[in-house]
Ligand binder design. Structure first.
Ligand SMILES: Cc1cc2nc3c(=O)[nH]c(=O)nc-3n(C[C@H](O)[C@H](O)[C@H](O)COP(=O)(O)OP(=O)(O)OC[C@H]3O[C@@H](n4cnc5c(N)ncnc54)[C@H](O)[C@@H]3O)c2cc1C
Ligand code: FES
Length: 1246
């Protein structure tokens, strides 16, 4: 055998979109197939960890064994280029484009007016469009297998052609990693800073790829992928009698919840075993099943059992370094043997387990006496565990209640966890081990009963034995058609497709990082603080500067202008100056020739700190230290003392509402191009705030704002996260470009973005509420605390909005709301869709649900009785005109079939002990306007060219919400020309200056009016030509005006009238009008695991006279689902030292398809014109988000039903989000009582 370290380098050949490529460096596929190398922009970087799917491509290869071409979806971010030798890759550009033919999948995904969730519409492949597999590859693939080696800058990749060669290599390089799917190794190299200089790829070694059946079971090669394993097991399960395949079925059940399809297509069985992760989903099954593993080295083979000795420590096994895993044998089961597997995770789909287990029991022949039992758990220790003590004591016992009770007590003792165990959720995890056993107990009891060996399972316990299943979602979208007389050319009010939808579906839409690279461009990587509160003692850059390609290190010293920055007050630094106040605080940056070099060098910058006290992380810490920003805000109305005196009852309560990560698909990105004279700088940025970007950069560069231009084409989502925080990157990039005098670009990786950019403010609400026996609320005293982080940013306006929404939709005669902004050592929290409104209203819904519980009345009755009426006066003295909540409420009751649904829920709950259903109906009222009055202005610039085409620029930015589409609809109606003649190219500060951020849901209102204003001016100028030639067309009039030397360019402006509120006098109007909506939701919870299913949601939303029902319904559905994430799923987890654990989709879960309600109906309220906005429309972006609280309170309703079974009634605290952990812990029962105790948290609630 040749020595692998000799300088041989084979040529790597792969095809991308049918043309061949021979890349030279060792990379994953993503950089190769993306903009920087091949100009293919459709494959996006969303996370680099296989968790978001944005980088999905199709991989095709010829499989000589089955003699067929295999096509599979894979993640380009994890696929090593070398693993794709002789493969064909098809990116989204390869299946269709706007200019040629669109693939039906592209068409379907662009069309937002379609019923969203009809699975029939998403057929995998259009049979009329053949996939082309390059004939050259076919020929190459049939050539004999040879050993290959590819050499990169730091890694040697060897692909041996035989087992002997593989074992020789492993003996020569015992530290070398075997890589099949790279779904573990890829993560270690990217995020854990691991470097493996030699990688061995065993995919051509047939012995590792074989699947064969023996007398005892199935023998599966270690390099068999999970998809292949699943296919073979499924066939066997179909062929064999049920009792033979209990373990196979359990493996299939685990695979059902194992990662996403792209991961399963490449990840191998051996990779899962050998990673030895304590939360592996397959290892507990293999251990409980007693699977045998064949290990092999140059010295020979040995067969070992996967038992309690196999895993020797965290991610360690008994394998010797020169050994590899060859195969695993998964046994058949026999009569009298029962096997189950369970996985519990925060999100059902594509999530890592909280606790996962395999459970195996063997009974004596024809009896219910336990002959052998194995219970294996993941998630309860640094290794996969066998509950050996518990199992030993169950052998010889009969399967009955006594066994169950004893097993639960034994498990409670044996499956203990250190109080500060990594991963946290200690009480929950311990309860789960018992609850999951109880499910197994019932499942086996049911099966024994079928054999007449046990009495059956009680009918109200049956649902506890069902495997989790969620039906695919279906949707209904109801909106009013345009009036019969409306001209066909008038598109306002019609469900017009988003004008970029097709380009987005084909990958042709240009985002910031898709902008072609300049020849001399450099890449920037941030250097950030690892301490939450510290002095910087020194910054050592020598090692970083030695990394190839590095050009400069940038720090505070390189700022020619001011290092002080901030959107409202300048209380931040561009680069930390001596002191850091959060983990993630930007200290400096490295610029280099490539992203890889810049990032490697940034990691090599050494910073020493002197840590400072206190480190204030949570709201509770801030209260303890009285660490608040000023001012403290108060809104008060009525007479509180009188109100409480007049109340029949007074209750007090609290709720904590967790923060939220924006998780825009496109992370923050900026490109700065020095213009070479007069300090001019061009900034191309993914931002909602072009003007803020311009002024922040100008201030840091020490040049007038007029020398800096900011341009925004579109964003891949903003949600408020790019309203002010995008400037922390764009300013740093501008400073770097100014220093090196070359274009500099940076697009943050997901983990960096999550670390530095802040998110939604966590809130804590404390309330005292007085009410009558009837449920009528009389008095409320509520205090809000928000976690603002290490700078003020927009926190004051956010807190004010929370106070403006403290009443939600309820009329309270005597009320006081007080708000504090907590100054903490977290990255500054910022704007997020709803801007404090959802948190303000969530507290309101908490106290009103507790009022209902205290009165013993249905919550919907108490909510309805407290609703405002037309003309009602809010605590800030604004009268509610054109009030439509009552109409929305009644329609929502009707379309959700609420009364019958309530009756069905009650019946269900009587018949089921361990699953419960809950129902709620929640209203929302959202004030429209920026609460900072001066921001309620907008400008537009409209040019008509001599060919009749029209170019519009306005102050708003496009972030996927469809703003530009609506603006073109408005211009089209005003100018009376088709939309095809109108274009919007970008937003830029040199066309429309002094723009307000695209935020507060108000951009259609403001910019729409400004465009209308400009178009009216132009119409006036064209009027003489229309009048003189009424039969002429648009082009005729434009040409005539031009030759008559008429100015065909006009700007427009709008300021919202009658606005302005004073906290001092509690007078003046903060809002132009309100957007209203109501939602009713039904859920089902599993009381044993805390999982829940969203069964039904009906939403009725008043968006005035919709400008575009397709876009508006899209906004309602999108906002609602983002709210579902906020209130039920998404949890940012911090260490007590302020370190963020959740830095990517692996640990931070946003809603998946399975979280969409099985039935989701959205109805736009009919005949509800709004006279205060353009063409009688209403703002829609933020208001529907809060309606997801209907899911939260339906969960709370279901938990109440579960608690009633344990004799518990009355109010109880449920914090947001309602995660499985919180749901399970709130459903107190005999199992939760087995794990009492207090815990030192591994993470803390901030
Ligand atoms: C987005 C995502 C989701 C995931 N979801 C889940 C999940 O739901 N459940 C779960 O359990 N895991 C999950 N994982 C973890 C991972 O996908 C699995 O562990 C997978 O099976 C690893 O296989 P692989 O082929 O990709 O491993 P690789 O990364 O190629 O290798 C992993 C390790 O195994 C070693 N190895 C591989 N084969 C052998 C062999 N034959 N002999 C000796 N050593 C070997 C390698 O050297 C390496 O150390 C997820 C990972 C990602 C990125
Ligand atoms: S970027 Fe590859 S899955 Fe997210």
């Amino acid at each position: 055998m040749e020595e692998p370290n000799q300088n041989r380098h084979d040529q790597l050949v792969l095809f991308i979109n049918v043309s061949s490529h021979t890349p030279h460096t060792l990379l994953t596929l993503l950089p190769c197939s993306s903009n920087s190398m091949l100009g293919l922009t459709g494959t996006k970087l969303g996370c680099s960890e296989g968790g978001c799917g944005a980088c999905t491509v199709m991989m095709s290869k010829f499989d000589p064994h089955s003699n067929r071409i295999i096509h599979q979806a894979i993640n380009a971010c994890l696929a090593p280029l070398c693993s794709l030798h002789h493969c064909a890759i098809t990116t989204v550009e390869g299946i269709g484009s706007v200019g040629s033919k669109l693939h039906p999948v592209q068409e379907d995904s662009a069309d937002s007016v379609q019923p969203l969730f009809d699975p029939e519409e998403f057929l995998p492949l259009d049979p009329t469009q053949d996939i082309i597999f390059p004939p050259e590859l076919m020929t190459l693939s049939k050539e004999p297998v040879v050993s290959l080696r590819f050499r990169g800058e730091r890694v040697l990749w060897v692909q041996p052609s035989s087992l002997t060669e593989l074992l020789e290599l492993k003996a020569a390089y015992p530290e070398a990693r075997l890589v099949v799917g790279n779904t573990e190794v890829g993560i270690e190299m990217k995020f854990k800073n691991q470097l493996y200089p030699v990688i061995l790829s065993p995919t051509n070694v047939q012995e590792l790829r074989n699947i064969q059946f023996t007398e005892n079971g199935m023998e599966c090669g270690a390099a068999v992928t999970l998809t292949e394993l699943g296919e073979v097991l499924r066939e066997e399960v179909e062929k064999l009698p049920n009792y033979r395949t209990e373990i196979f079925q359990a493996v299939l059940e685990q695979l059902r919840w194992f990662a996403g399809r792209q991961i399963r297509n490449v990840a191998a069985v051996g990779g899962n075993i050998m990673t030895a992760s304590p939360i592996s989903d397959l290892n507990p099954v293999f251990m409980a099943a007693g699977c045998e593993l064949t290990l092999v080295s140059k010295e020979g083979k040995r067969v070992v059992k996967m038992d309690e000795k196999f895993f020797t420590g965290y991610r360690k096994t008994i394998l010797r370094s020169e050994e590899i895993l060859l195969s695993i044998e998964i046994p058949y089961t026999k009569k009298g043997q029962y096997f189950s597997a369970f996985k519990q995770s925060p999100r059902r789909e594509d999530d890592i387990a909280t606790v996962t287990c395999g459970m195996n029991v063997v009974f004596g022949e024809g009896s219910n006496t336990v002959h052998d039992i194995k219970l294996s758990y993941g998630g309860m220790a640094p290794v996969t565990l066998l509950a050996t003590d518990t199992c030993r004591q169950l052998i010889g016992r009969q399967w009955g209640e006594d066994l169950m009770e004893d097993a639960c007590s034994l498990l409670a003792e044996e499956m203990s966890l250190s109080p500060s165990a990594p991963g946290g959720m200690v009480a929950y995890r311990r309860t789960l081990t018992i609850s999951l056993f109880f499910k197994f107990f019932l499942t086996v009891q049911r099966k024994l009963a079928q054999e007449n060996l046990s009495e059956g399972v009680r009918s109200d316990y049956e649902s506890a034995t069902e495997l989790f299943h969620q039906d695919p979602p279906t949707g209904a979208q109801i909106y009013q058609a345009v009036p019969p007389g409306q001209s066909a050319d008038d598109v306002v009010g019609r469900p017009m497709m988003h004008l970029s939808a097709l380009k987005q579906a084909t990958g042709e839409a240009v985002y910031c990082d898709d902008i072609p690279h300049y020849e001399n461009e450099l890449y920037l990587a941030l250097v950030t603080s690892t301490k939450a509160h510290a002095h910087i003692i020194s910054i050592e850059t020598a090692e970083a500067m030695a990394v190839p390609g590095v050009v400069a290190f940038i720090s505070a010293k390189d700022i020619p202008g001011s290092n002080k920055t901030g959107p409202v007050v300048s209380d931040e630094t561009v680069f930390a100056d001596n002191k850091v106040t959060c983990v993630g605080h930007i200290i400096g940056a490295v610029v280099a020739d490539t992203q890889a070099h810049a990032q490697r060098a940034a990691k090599a910058v050494k910073i020493s700190y002197e840590e400072l006290q206190p480190v204030i992380v949570s709201i509770q810490d801030a209260i303890t230290h009285q660490s608040f920003y000023q001012p403290v805000r108060v809104i008060e109305n009525g007479d509180l003392i009188k109100g409480f005196q007049a109340s029949d009852h007074i209750i007090e309560g609290e709720i904590h509402i967790g923060g939220q990560e924006h998780f825009y698909l496109e992370t923050n990105c900026a490109l700065a191009v020095p213009r070479g004279e007069d300090g001019e700088m061009e900034l191309l940025v993914s931002t909602q705030a072009a003007t803020k970007t311009q002024t922040a950069a100008a201030k840091a560069l020490g040049v007038p704002a007029s020398h800096v231009v900011c341009r925004v084409k579109r964003m891949g989502g903003g949600f408020g996260g790019k309203e002010s925080r995008s400037t922390i990157l764009s300013t740093a990039v501008a400073v770097a470009a100014n220093k090196v005098k070359r274009p500099v670009r940076c697009m943050l990786d997901r983990d960096e973005d999550m670390l530095v950019s802040g998110g939604r403010h966590p809130f804590f609400g404390r309330y005292k509420v007085g009410f009558q026996k009837s449920g009528k609320v009389v008095a409320l005293d509520v205090t809000y605390y928000c976690n603002a982080g290490n700078s003020l940013d927009l926190s004051l306006s956010i807190l004010e909005r929370a106070l403006f929404h403290m009443d939600n939709c309820y009329s309270i005669p005597h009320i006081r709301g007080t708000g504090y902004m907590c100054k903490t050592n977290l990255p500054s929290n910022t704007a997020f869709r709803g801007f404090g409104g959802p948190q303000g209203m969530m507290v309101a819904e908490s106290w009103i649900s507790e009022v209902a519980q205290s009165c013993g009345l249905p919550a919907e009755q108490v909510r309805k009785m407290n609703l405002y009426q037309q003309g009602g006066i809010t605590p800030f003295n604004q009268s509610l005109e054109q009030f439509t909540i009552d109409r929305c409420w009644d329609e929502c009751i009707t379309i959700s079939d609420f009364s019958q649904r309530r009756a069905r829920v009650e019946l269900y709950n009587k018949q089921h002990r361990w699953t419960k259903r809950g129902l709620s109906i929640i209203p929302t009222k959202f004030g429209i306007s920026f609460t900072a009055t001066f921001l309620n202005q907008a400008g537009a610039l409209v040019h008509i060219y001599t060919d009749g085409s029209v170019l519009i620029t306005h102050g708003g930015t496009e972030m996927g919400q469809g703003l530009h589409t609506k603006m073109i609809q408005i211009a089209s109606r005003t100018l009376e020309i088709p939309t095809s003649k109108i274009h919007i190219s970008e937003t830029s500060t040199n066309t429309v200056p002094n723009t307000s951020p695209t935020a507060a849901s108000a951009s259609s209102d403001l910019n729409g009016m400004a465009i209308y204003n400009a178009c009216q001016t132009l119409l006036q100028r064209l009027k003489p030509y229309k009048t003189s030639k009424p039969k002429g067309n648009w082009e005729d009039w434009v040409t005539a005006a031009y030759f008559d030397r008429v100015n065909l360019s006009a700007n427009g402006f709008y300021r919202t009238p009658d606005l302005g509120y004073s906290f001092e006098t509690n007078s003046g109007r903060p809002f132009n009008y309100f957007t209203y909506g109501v939602a009713a939701s039904e859920v089902e919870i599993d009381c044993l695991t805390g999982s829940h299913k969203n069964l039904h949601t009906s939403i009725v939303m008043d968006v005035g006279k919709s400008l575009n029902p397709a876009l508006d319904i899209g906004q309602v559905e999108g906002a609602f689902m983002q709210g579902v994430g906020l209130f039920t799923l998404e949890e940012l987890r911090y260490s007590p030292q302020g370190y963020l654990y959740t830095r990517g989709p692996g640990m931070y879960k946003i809603p998946a398809f399975g979280d969409i309600p099985t039935q989701l109906k959205v109805s736009l309220l009919r005949d509800a014109p709004n006279e205060r906005a353009i063409f009688s429309s209403k703002a829609v972006g933020e208001p529907p988000l809060f309606l997801a609280a209907s899911i939260f309170y339906a969960i709370k309703d279901a938990i109440s039903a579960a608690r009633a079974e344990s004799g518990l009634s009355g109010p109880f605290r449920l914090d947001s989000p309602a995660t499985p952990e919180r749901i399970r812990n709130a459903c107190q029962d005999k199992f939760t009582k087995l794990v009492p105790g207090t815990y030192t948290p591994w993470d803390m609630r901030v």
